[in-house]
Structures are given as C-alpha cells and as structure tokens.
Design a protein around this ligand. Sequence first.
Ligand SMILES: NC(=O)c1ccc[n+]([C@@H]2O[C@H](COP(=O)([O-])OP(=O)(O)OC[C@H]3O[C@@H](n4cnc5c(N)ncnc54)[C@H](O)[C@@H]3O)[C@@H](O)[C@H]2O)c1
Length: 463
Amino acid sequence: MNLPQPSLGTPQPLARPRLTFIGTYAICFAELGYDVLGLDVDAQKIELLARGEVPIHEPGLDDILRRNVAAGRLRFTTDYAEAAEFGDVHFICVGTPQRGDGLGADLSYVEAAVTALVPHLTRQSLIVGKSTVPVGTAAWVEQLVGKHAPAGVEVEVAWSPEFLQEGYAVEDVLRPNRLVLGVRSPWAHEMLLAAHKGVFDLAATEDREVPVVVTDFATAELVKHAANSFLATKISFINAMAEVCEVSGADVSQLARAIGYDDRIGKKFLRAGVGFGGACLPKDIRAFQARAQELGAGEALRFLHEVDLINQRRRSRVVQLAADLLGRPYGPAGPDLTGFRIAVLGATFKPGTDDVRDSPALSITRKLRRAGAEIALYDPKGMANARREQPDLEYADTLVDAVTGADLVCVLTAWEEFRYADPSHVASLVRGRRVIDGLNCLDQPLWIAAGWEYRGMGRPTPA
Ligand SMILES: NC(=O)c1ccc[n+]([C@@H]2O[C@H](COP(=O)([O-])OP(=O)(O)OC[C@H]3O[C@@H](n4cnc5c(N)ncnc54)[C@H](O)[C@@H]3O)[C@@H](O)[C@H]2O)c1
C-alpha cells in the first residue's frame, strides 16, 4: 500500500470531523477543540460524566471535563442512534479483558459496540479501533461492518492503538509520543489525520513533532501487543535479577542503577518490586501468546509465559518475607500468620490511579489474609474500588489507622504518602517495627535508623 506520509508536526489542511468515543475516552479530544460525543452502555457512568464528574481518578481530568461540557463541545449518551447521527469518526475504546476460559482476549465488547453502531449509520463514516486487540481483529471488524452496514452507506475501518498510561492519561492523549495509524485507504488516512489535527496543532505551538507511523492493520494491532510485551519483559527481567540477588547476597537496586547507565538498556522500568499488574500488561501478554499459538507462532512467544511466572512469583515472595520477619516457618501450604496484624499500604496497581484491576497489592493482601493474618489495608485513592473487589478485607481510613498496632507494615504501592512517611512516627504507632518495602521505594537507611527491621525486594538483609 502506497500511502502519503504526513510531514511531522504539520497539520493537514482538513476540516475537523465530529468524533464519537465508544467506551468513553472522549474527554481530551474536546480539549483539543473537537465536537465530541462519548457513548457508554454504563448509564451510571454517563450520568456522572454529563454532570461533570469523572468516574475514575485521573489527574487533571476533572477540570478538562467540566470546562468542555460547559463550553458545549462535549456531550455524553447511551444511545447508538444518536452517536451514528453525530459522528464522522467513531473510536471504539471498549474493554478487551482476558476470556474466562483461557488466555485469549474477550472480543465480545468490540463485537457488541460495532454491531450496535453500524446499522444506524447513514453517511460515509470511519470506525477506528483503539482497544488493544489480537492481530486479525481489524479485518474481522471489517467483515462485521460489511454484514451490518445499511445498503449504500460506505463504512471504513481503521486501527489506531491507544498508548496512554493510567495516571498520565491527559498528557499522553494531548501530547502522544507517537501515533500509529493502521489504514487501508487514502480516505481513512486523511480522516484519521483530521481526527488528530488538534494533536498536531498543539505540538506545532510547542515546537514539538508527533511521529506518525502509517501502516497496515496487522502491524498496527501488533505494535500494541509488542510494546506491552517489551515493557512486561523488562520488569520481569529485573525481577528475575532480584531473585538471583536474593540467593547471592547482591543488591538489585545497585545492579539496576549500574546497568541502567548504559543507554542501550536505559533506567526506566528497571525497578525491582512486586511486579506488574493492572488491566493491560498481564492480559495483553497472555492474549498475545494465545493469538501467536493460534497462528502457529506460539514458540516465538514462549518467553512471555516465563515473564508471567516471574511476575507471579514476586507476589509470593512478599508472603515469604512476611513469614521470615514474623518468625513463622514457610511450609508446603505457606506460612501460618494467625495472630499477627499486618498493615498493607497500597491497593492500586501503581500510584496515580484508583485502578485495582489485577493489582499485585491486592493479590498479595489476599495471600496474607489466606495465611491467617489480620489485615488493615489503606490506599489514598483506591479504597472504593478495593472494597468493591475485595469486600471481605479489613480497611483502614488513614495510614495512621492502618499501622496502629501492626506487627508488620507492607508497602505495596509506591504512593508518595508512603514513600515520605516519617519512619519514627510510624514506629511510635506499631506493635512491631517490621517493614517490607515491596517497591524498594523507601529510604532504607532512614527506616533502619528508626529501628525498623527492613526487607526489600532483591536486596540483602541488613546486618
Ligand atoms: N486502561 C488503560 O490504561 C489502557 C491504555 C491503553 C489501551 N487500553 C485498552 O483500551 C481498551 C479499554 O480499556 P479500559 O481500561 O478503558 O477498559 P474498561 O473496561 O475500563 O472500559 C471500557 C468501557 O467500555 C464500556 N463498554 C463495554 N461494552 C460497551 C459497548 N458495547 N458499548 C459501549 N460501551 C461499552 C464499558 O462500560 C466501560 O465503561 C482495552 O482494550 C485496553 O486494553 C487501556
């Protein structure tokens, strides 16, 4: 396919299409000056958004939502006919979770969104997949569209994976470090550029460039799975080094620092800890393996199975450290931690979000609880979601409440509130000065000086 490449950072002379976002990633595009309609099947979510309330914790998003709703650029609906009538470009951003019966991705939400929208379309439209999907999905969506589009209405498909990071979503959407456009025709290409004109305009005013990779469907789909697999592999690599450090007396923090100075390796994503979680990396590396297997290339991604196993082992490692610190043997069924109160600091899968999906912190907490410990869990932003997901855990309203009377403190999400907590003050509240630093994010010498027995991940036990 011979498509014209856009010149970097230069806005194309095209009108701004009206955009719909199905699965509601809509807010930031209104900030970029587009007329936007967000659609979701979750009526409660839509009601909140229409009132100017963001249903998730995402720094900076509330202001942008309120400003753009007030300006009349941003509306919300649950009505597919309204979306079809409104939009020229329809972004599909619905979830693609792991299937209940295996490693593969559940594409039923994508199918439901496409088949609900397409029959209502009355003019030439572009459907753009943003969800993370197995390679081959865009071509399948094209077939669905062909089956459901009204006669005589031209509907095209494109795929443009979303790279935003939770906690940085606003910045990542307004100032993406690249755009990947999987298209089949010059018209789809031009429409997608027009749908991102606001991104190019903003970049031009800040003297930046937004690199654009224009490619075929399969490559666009694979880019996202490949990127997430690389990140997961980097995290598991340093966690594998942590395992080796633990049996050899070395310190993985210093090892990471030393190898990170090599800019072919880089410093980022080299912090050993409780491993990755969230709604993306774990399910994406599994869906990638499942799809590669279906296509006959399963061997090529066998290492991702190992990446997953290393990641899971880090969660058990915290329970081993807890048993060790509390002086309980670690038998074949794990330790018996009955009689101990453990303060768990952190529930979200990383700081800056309220998302607890596949969170290492919650998974470790369940293991500690199963071992018989009494738990007091506190998180600055994730309490509501954690309570919904794990209603049977004991929750504390503040850090102080959580640590008061604890025999062990486990820091499992690297929130600033925990990283910069005063170890002497915390020491005055606990029953036992024992701390597990699940992210190697505490000031180790300071905690030790305050009388704490400290255990990090992949770090030697201090003498
Ligand atoms: N969360 C992230 O940081 C992130 C980053 C990049 C890519 N992605 C990808 O984006 C996609 C969405 O991720 P998410 O975390 O926002 O998922 P999510 O499950 O949190 O949100 C999806 C939304 O889609 C709605 N929805 C489901 N079916 C629908 C339908 N038929 N019609 C309209 N709305 C429907 C749901 O109600 C929900 O509000 C996934 O493929 C994910 O892998 C997510």
